[in-house]
Design a protein around this ligand. Structure first.
Ligand code: Z5A
Length: 225
C-alpha cells in the first residue's frame, strides 16, 4: 500500500526492551515497510547515531565509564542523546521524515534508573535537558523472558564478538530490566505498546505494523481521501 502524501510532521518511534529481544531486527522490518508505503525513514540507534555520540557509545559500552558509577553513565548517555536529538532526530522530524530509533530515553530510565539506582527526579532533569520537546510518538516495548533474550544475543555473538559492559551483567539484572520496561509501559500506556517478542520474526513484524497502522496510518489514509 502506498500513501501519496507527506505527513504534516514526522513520526518518532522508539524500540525498547532488554538485550536480544529483536529491536534491531524489527526496526529494520518496519523501516522497509514504511519505505514501501512511500515515506522517508531515518533509522538510528542509541547510544550513537551521530559522530560524537558514537564516540561516547564506544566509551560507555567498553566499560571504561563503569567505574565512574551509574550517575556519570546516565550523564554520558544523556550527553550523547542531546547531540543525537539536535543533530539528527529533530531536523529529520521537522522535514516530515519518520525516525525509528533503537533505544532512547527509556533505556536510561531502566538501566541507570531502575537497575543502577539513579533517582527518578535526576533522570527526569537529564532527560528534559537532552530531549527538550522531542519525545517519541510511540514506543514499542518488545517483551521476552531475559534468559531467552540473552541466549539469542549469545548465539549472535558466536562469531567471536565479546559481551559488552551491560551484556555481562548477571541474569537477575536482566530479569529486573524486563520488569523495568514493563513498568514504564504501564505508566505511559498512551505512548507505549508492549509486544510479545517470543513469536516468530514475521509474527512480531506483523504486530508492529498493525500498531503503526492503527495509531498513525489509518487516520492519515482517511484524511487523504
Ligand atoms: N544503554 C543504557 O544503559 N542506557 C541508555 O540510555 C542506552 C543504552 C540508550 C546498547 O547495546 C547498550 O547500552 C544496552 C543498553 C545500554 N545494553 N545491553 N545489553 P546495543 O545497542 O549493542 O545492544 P542492545 O540494544 O542490547 O540490542 P541487541 O543485544 O543488539 O539486541 P536486539 O537489537 O534487541 O536484537 P536483534 O539484534 O534484533 O536480535 C538478536 C538475535 O536474535 C539475532 O540473532 C536475531 O536474528 C535473533 N532474533 C530476533 N528476533 C527473533 C525472533 N522473533 N525469534 C528468534 N530469533 C530472533
Amino acid at each position: 500500500m502506498t500513501f501519496q502524501m507527506t505527513p504534516e510532521k514526522g513520526r518518532f518511534v522508539t524500540f525498547e526492551g532488554g538485550e536480544g529481544v529483536g529491536k534491531s531486527t524489527q526496526l529494520a522490518r518496519l523501516a522497509e515497510h514504511l519505505r514501501e508505503c512511500g515515506f522517508e525513514v531515518v533509522t538510528t540507534r542509541e547510544p550513537g547515531g551521530t559522530e560524537k555520540a558514537e564516540k561516547l557509545r564506544d566509551f560507555l559500552l567498553s566499560g571504561r565509564a563503569a567505574p565512574l558509577g551509574p550517575l556519570a553513565e546516565a550523564a554520558l548517555f544523556s550527553a550523547a542523546r542531546a547531540d543525537h536529538v539536535a543533530t539528527l532526530i529533530a531536523p529529520a522530524l521537522k522535514r516530515g521524515a519518520w525516525v525509528l530509533c533503537d533505544r532512547f530515553a527509556d533505556s536510561t530510565r531502566a538501566y541507570q534508573g531502575a537497575r543502577g539506582g539513579v533517582d527518578a527526579k535526576t533522570l527526569a532533569l537529564l532527560e528534559r535537558a537532552a530531549v527538550g520537546e522531542t519525545r517519541p510518538d510511540l514506543t514499542i516495548v518488545l517483551d521476552l523472558p531475559a534468559g531467552e533474550g540473552m541466549a539469542r544475543a549469545a548465539s549472535r555473538r558466536d562469531g567471536g564478538e565479546r559481551a559488552d559492559r551491560f551484556e555481562s551483567e548477571d541474569p537477575s539484572f536482566h530479569e529486573g530490566l524486563r520488569h523495568a520496561f514493563l513498568d514504564i509501559a504501564e505508566s505511559e500506556p498512551e505512548r507505549c505498546c508492549v509486544i510479545d517478542a517470543s513469536l516468530s520474526v514475521d509474527d512480531v513484524a506483523r504486530t508492529v505494523r498493525a500498531f503503526i497502522h492503527d495509531r498513525f496510518l489509518a487516520h492519515a489514509a482517511q484524511a487523504a481521501q
